[in-house]
Design a protein around this ligand. Structure first.
Ligand SMILES: Cc1cc2nc3c(=O)[nH]c(=O)nc-3n(C[C@H](O)[C@H](O)[C@H](O)COP(=O)(O)O)c2cc1C
Length: 374
């Protein structure tokens, strides 16, 4: 390790908008697959998120919660499309706030990257561009429906605030609905919501401004954004930087940089990382956003070694370090880093954590012969 971890810049507080985060570690949104079949919060989900707060994660971002019933991406995903979800969500905020951690709800709509069975009808998108992985052609939203989607996101943020969350993260990455509006590959519209960069960004921009107006300036709005879709004709970093600037001017408080979409065959969750040189695979992209923007930036993707994370923040390539899979395996990792008990996550990026019966480390299950929870 470079320094004594207690003195590391990673354990200095930093702000996202009006909210102070006690350290530089973010639990990147991770679908827990632990809500009930109707999207309501369960004891198991509360307990998992409480465990991350106990493990000293500065900012916890929940798995994506769908803002409309037709925006469901996976089974046992939490919903936030009705006021009836507020009491369950409030249990999460209350459990996390027993510790110094902060918690943001990730609000999302699956768009064209879902199954007809989950969206309960033909999935929606900016344009009817065939999705090869799900083998479907989505239904194009009318201009009136785009405004409805906008209102659904704003209402979802208002519910998160009422439930006691400290902020929200807009899921504008990975090919889901907001990402598909940003991407020239999936957005072929010629009305107000497509065409130029500014028009493709308009839905996300209006949502940011609308949440600020509805929830007040002290309720932070963060976005997870693709630096690139990894798709010819898709979003590239130069355009994404321009979009981030537009979102910042609309009131965005922070951005987390990711990449990929399903049909690109390259998503955000890269498998089989082993070498230290492979760590932080979106961090160099994040550094470009940090240079261009005045808001905090989170560096993501395969962060595993404490000394490397420390260098990223110390050298100003990102303000925060985001972790997903390591915290599935080791919910106490941040506390262990602080106490000098660990210098690297044990996560081997095998991706066996994607368990629709509840996220858990597949490598640990196999090595300890722990049966999958039914
Ligand atoms: C099981 C699992 C579920 C995920 N769910 C989400 C999600 O709901 N929203 C999201 O933006 N990213 C999601 N991701 C992607 C992670 O946030 C993160 O971007 C990616 O795993 C890379 O970080 P890591 O190398 O630290 O795991 C998920 C990843 C995993 C492994």
């Amino acid at each position: 390790m470079t320094d004594s971890p207690n003195q590391s810049v990673l354990f200095n507080p930093a702000r996202i908008g009006a909210v102070e985060v006690t350290n530089r570690f973010i639990r990147s949104a991770t679908c827990e697959f632990m809500a009930d079949d109707d999207g309501f919060v369960t004891d198991r989900l509360v307990s998992l998120l409480r465990g991350l707060a106990e493990g000293e994660v500065g900012l916890i971002i929940t798995g994506h919660a769908n803002v409309r019933p037709d925006g469901k991406a996976s089974p046992r995903q939490a919903g936030v499309y009705d006021d009836g979800f507020i009491p369950g969500l409030a249990r999460i905020a209350e459990a996390v706030h027993r510790f110094p951690s902060r918690i943001f709800l990730q609000i999302a709509h699956a768009g064209r990257q879902t199954k007809v069975r989950l969206s309960n009808g033909t999935p929606i998108a900016p344009s009817p561009v065939y999705e090869p992985e799900f083998d479907l052609t989505p239904r194009e939203l009318t201009a009136v429906e785009v405004r409805e989607v906008m209102d659904d996101f704003i209402r979802a943020a208002r519910r998160a605030r009422e439930a006691g969350f400290d902020g929200v993260q807009l899921h504008c990455a990975h090919g889901y609905l907001l990402s598909s509006f940003l991407s020239p590959h999936t957005n072929r519209r010629t009305d107000d919501w497509g065409g130029t960069t500014a028009k493709r960004a308009l839905l996300a921009v209006e949502i940011v401004a609308g949440i600020k107006a509805a929830c007040g300036p002290n309720f932070p709005v963060m976005a997870k954004l693709n630096a690139t879709d990894f798709l010819p004709g898709g979003l590239q970093i130069e355009e994404s930087l321009e979009i981030a600037g537009l979102l910042e001017r609309a009131g965005l408080d922070a951005v987390e940089i990711s990449g990929g979409m399903t049909e690109a065959g390259r998503g955000s969750v890269w498998q089989g990382l082993r070498a230290e040189e492979e760590e932080g695979y979106f961090v160099e992209a994040a550094a470009r956003f940090r240079k261009a923007l005045g808001i905090p930036v989170a560096g993501l993707g395969g962060n595993r070694t404490l000394a490397r994370m420390e260098a990223v923040v110390r050298e100003g390539r990102a303000d925060f370090i985001s972790l997903s899979r390591p915290l599935i395996r080791e919910p106490r990792l941040v506390a262990d880093f602080r106490l000098g008990r660990k210098a690297k996550s044990d996560c081997i990026s095998c991706n066996k954590c994607f368990n629709p019966r509840g996220v858990s480390c597949g490598d640990l299950r196999i090595s300890r012969h722990i049966p999958t929870k039914k």
